[in-house]
Ligand binder design. Structure first.
Ligand SMILES: Nc1ncnc2c1ncn2[C@@H]1O[C@H](COP(=O)(O)OP(=O)(O)OP(=O)(O)O)[C@@H](O)[C@H]1O
Length: 291
C-alpha cells in the first residue's frame, strides 16, 4: 500500500455567506495523478490553496506527507511543487534571476532539466534576460511550470497550468508531465477545463461539485462504465443499479439515470426492452455530474 501524500478531512471554507467547500474528504496515495474537474467557481483553486496551507480553512484538516499542513517542516515544503493559476510573482526579476533565487532555497535542483526546458520552451535567447513582468501570459506560465519542476517535487500541484498555453505549448507541457509521472513516485493534482488533455495524462479524475469531491475514479474505468439510460422507472428500479450519479424523472413514469455500471449490470441492461443506454464521453460526464 502506497503511503498517503495528501489527506484532507472535512475541509470547509466560506467566503462571506458563500459556502465554497462543504466538507471535502480527499486522500491521495503516492503516485496518484488526478485531474481535478469542476465548473467555474466550484472551488478548485480554493481547495488547492487550502490543501497547500496557503489559505485558512474554517474547519477540517490537511496533512501532506503525514505532517499537518499548518506546521509543515522545511523538508516537506521542499518536496512540493506548485503552479498557481496566475503566476504574477517576481515580475521585476528576469527568468534566470528568478530561477537562481529559487535554486538557493531547495536542497535539490535539476540544473540540466531546467536548462533543457528553458531552451525547448522558448527561453533560449532574449527571453532569459527580460523582466518577467514583460513576458506574455503563456511565457509566464511556462516559466512557472519550469520552476515547479526544477526541484523534482514529489507532490506537484498545478492549477490550470495550460490555460494560457497555445496548442504546441500544451502538448510540450503534457509530454513533460507524462515523463515526470512515469516513475510512479510523483503525486500530481492537476486542475483543468481542457478535458482532452486530461484524457492524455490523468489516471484518475475527481469532480468537485457542491463543495465536495463528488466522484473520483480511474478515468478509463469511468468512461468504460458510465451510461445515460432512459427507460421506464419500474424496469430500471428492478435492475437495482449501483453507482447512480444522477436521476431525472419525466412525465409518464420514465426516467433518465446516469450511472456507473459494472460489466454484469451492462449485460442485464442489454437484455431489457424499451431502455436506451448511451455511453458518455468525459465531457458528457462532466456536464452530468456537475449539473
Ligand atoms: N478571496 C475571495 N473572496 C471572496 N470570494 C472568493 C475568494 N476567492 C474565491 N472566491 C469565490 O469562491 C468561489 C470559488 O472560487 P475558485 O476560484 O476556488 O473556483 P474555481 O473552481 O477555481 O473556478 P475557475 O474554474 O473559474 O477557476 C467563487 O464563487 C469565487 O467567487
Amino acid at each position: 500500500m502506497n503511503p498517503v501524500v495528501v489527506e484532507a478531512r472535512g475541509l470547509q471554507k466560506t467566503f462571506g455567506r458563500q459556502h465554497v467547500l462543504r466538507g471535502v474528504d480527499w486522500r491521495l496515495p503516492r503516485g496518484t495523478v488526478v485531474g481535478l474537474l469542476g465548473r467555474n467557481g466550484a472551488g478548485k483553486s480554493t481547495l488547492i490553496e487550502c490543501l497547500l496551507g496557503l489559505r485558512e480553512t474554517d474547519a477540517g484538516s490537511v496533512s501532506l506527507f503525514g505532517e499537518p499542513v499548518t506546521a509543515l517542516s522545511e523538508g516537506a515544503r521542499g518536496r512540493i511543487g506548485y503552479v498557481p493559476q496566475k503566476a504574477e510573482a517576481f515580475e521585476w526579476l528576469t527568468p534566470v534571476q528568478m530561477l537562481e533565487y529559487f535554486r538557493a532555497l531547495y536542497p535539490r535542483w535539476n540544473d540540466a532539466r531546467v536548462e533543457g526546458l528553458l531552451r525547448r520552451w522558448g527561453f533560449g535567447g532574449e527571453l532569459r534576460d527580460k523582466p518577467i513582468g514583460r513576458l506574455s501570459g503563456g511565457e509566464k506560465q511556462r516559466l512557472a511550470i519550469i520552476r515547479a519542476l526544477a526541484h523534482e517535487p514529489e507532490l506537484l500541484v498545478l492549477d490550470e497550468p495550460v490555460a494560457s498555453l497555445d496548442p504546441v505549448g500544451r502538448r510540450e507541457f503534457l509530454r513533460e508531465l507524462i515523463g515526470t509521472v512515469a516513475d510512479g513516485e510523483t503525486t500530481v493534482v492537476f486542475s483543468t477545463h481542457i478535458l482532452s488533455d486530461l484524457e492524455r495524462v490523468a489516471l484518475d479524475v475527481a469532480f468537485l461539485h457542491d463543495g465536495r469531491i463528488g466522484l473520483q475514479a480511474p478515468l478509463d474505468e469511468l468512461l468504460e462504465g458510465a451510461r445515460r439510460i432512459t427507460g421506464p422507472a419500474a424496469a430500471l428500479d428492478a435492475l437495482g443499479l449501483g453507482g447512480e450519479l444522477r436521476r431525472e424523472r419525466h412525465p409518464g413514469g420514465s426516467v433518465t439515470v446516469v450511472a456507473r455500471l459494472s460489466d454484469a449490470e451492462q449485460a442485464r441492461l442489454r437484455a431489457l426492452d424499451g431502455v436506451q443506454a448511451d455511453a458518455l464521453s468525459l465531457e458528457d460526464l462532466f456536464v452530468e455530474v456537475t449539473k
